[in-house]
Design a protein around this ligand. Structure first.
Ligand code: ZN
Length: 297
């Protein structure tokens, strides 16, 4: 009897150990749980989402998509504005000309000063600001700004984002001193975070340690996942293919799992649009089809 019990326990342990090991993906999320999280905070849902391009990067497509031909490709640099009946949420904050030049690595690339001013005005008008991730083209607008004291107290950074910005920033220009870091709202969460009515944050480390995706359900019932830089071009989501950009140190296994999840959303959730930060072709298409608003309010 004892032997049988020991044998059973042994087998169970082996099964449990291999089972857990085999079934733990590098990253996972459940859209049903995301929807539930986004519905937690009471209040009117957002009416629309706007996008604005304030700069461009010219990189051949093979960097955005492993194995793609070296054909010219425009990477838009963008921010998003989620519009509620009584205020706006800004997703990402743009960057100043100096940080833009860092990305050009000596090559002159388009920067649109009028659009950059509009980003600055929208940040000042926003009720709250949140970041897809802690890279310079997304966060510099709340760090390298004469309005730091006004913007930082209404900017939400995750603990991971703030740690990276303090200790291992993408570039020296966006490093946060301990004093600067104190001005931000810092949150920490494991999987999902209820951010605002109809909005939830989805933890998605991979492109950077502090990357997150932002789910938005509009009052109309339309749904969005603002996926940041999980992919740079929608072909990456369509074909589940990652980048080939040696200067970006990604957790490949996590990014691949995120690409697969986004791909599955695009094929199974007809009411949901996955939106990337840098796909110029997608930006033009979504504006043309009036899925996203063109420019900030
Ligand atoms: Zn980016």
């Amino acid at each position: 009897m004892l032997a049988r019990a020991v044998l059973f326990t042994f087998c169970f342990c082996i099964f449990a150990a291999t089972g857990v090991h085999a079934q733990t993906p590098a990253w996972s999320a459940d859209i049903g749980e995301v929807r539930q999280t986004a519905a937690l905070i009471p209040g009117a849902k957002p009416l629309r989402i706007n996008i604005l391009k304030f700069a461009e990067s010219r990189r051949t497509k093979n960097f955005s998509l492993k194995g793609a031909p070296k054909e010219p490709s425009i990477q838009a640099r963008t921010v998003f504005q989620v519009v509620y009946p009584d205020g706006t949420v800004m997703v990402d904050s743009g960057m100043d000309l100096q940080v833009h030049k860092f990305f050009g690595r000596g090559v002159e690339e388009p920067y649109f000063p009028d659009a950059a001013v509009k980003v600055e005005m929208a940040l000042q008008a926003a009720r709250i600001i949140v970041m897809t991730h802690e890279h310079g083209d997304h966060v510099a607008g709340v760090i390298r700004t004469p309005f730091f004291n006004q913007l930082a107290p209404k900017t939400v950074l995750t603990r991971t984002q703030i740690d990276t910005l303090m200790h291992d920033p993408q570039m020296p220009e966006i490093r946060l001193t301990p004093d600067m870091a104190q001005h931000f709202i810092v949150i920490d969460y494991d999987k999902y975070y209820p951010f605002a009515p109809g909005m939830a944050l989805i933890k998605a480390p991979g492109h950077t340690p502090g990357s997150q995706m932002i789910y938005v359900a509009l009052a109309s019932g339309k749904e969005f996942v603002l996926a940041g830089d999980v992919a740079w071009h929608m072909d990456g989501v369509r074909n589940v293919i990652g980048k080939d950009a040696p200067w970006v140190k990604e957790d490949i296994a996590k990014v691949d799992a995120e690409l697969q999840w986004l791909h599955d959303l695009t094929t199974t959730q007809k009411n949901l649009t996955v939106v990337l930060s840098h796909d110029e072709e997608q930006r033009l298409d979504l504006i043309k089809r009036k899925v996203l608003g063109d420019g900030l309010e």
